[in-house]
Ligand binder design. Sequence first.
Ligand code: PGA
Length: 252
Amino acid sequence: MRTKIVAGNWKMNNNLDETKKLIKGLKKSIKKTSLGKTRVIVAPTFVNLYSAVKRAKKSKIEVVAQNMHQAKNGAFTGEISADMLLDIGIKTVILGHSERRTYFGETDEILKNKVDTALENNLEVIFCFGELLEDRKSDNHFKVVENQLKKALFHLNKKDLKNIILAYEPVWAIGTGETASPEQAQEMHAFIRSLLNEQYGEKTSNGVSILYGGSVKPTNAKEIFSKPDVDGGLIGGASLKVDDFTAIIKSI
Ligand code: PGA
């Protein structure tokens, strides 16, 4: 059985006090929720990461990073290395989010390097990818997704893939209120699984969790999560409120 995962990407939101309150609230709310093996993840901004790690200790909440630089260390002003993340107890990093690709010029090549650095350091990766609206309109969405995966991930071996979580996030659905329909999500997730199948075989492919991201809300989470190839969600806006995020966690 694949691991179910609900991950909150807090992006550039929440000061220290808000971060503490959100973690505290979530700890309390998920205590009453039977989660089984479902993983609950939150990704605060770098500056609040250490505090969040400490506060989430001895709870089901895993704290992860939103990004990481590909180099070991050096003259990269403003950047954060794998070592630094490990040092404060981080075990997982989000890479390839569409906002990193769009606003910070992260290419498939850069992301390939970042993925390699993360895995070399035994960090698990939540790898994000997804097509633009124009790609979907021109019916190129499958091709775009296939290219993103092939260029940044498919050089990995089967063993590496155990440390990869995929997050399909159609860019047109991120922060727009426009969600991919459960059918559109399932169609793409099944396609992604078929690519994994071709590349790595059925056993490996069946073990990879594929999350959906893009305007997931308490009102649509249950239906999206009910699809056979959707193993959870990467949640932006709705992960900033304890009640909404808890309702989404309960939908899985
Ligand atoms: P959203 O963001 O839920 O606010 O659409 C999702 C994401 O960017 O991961």
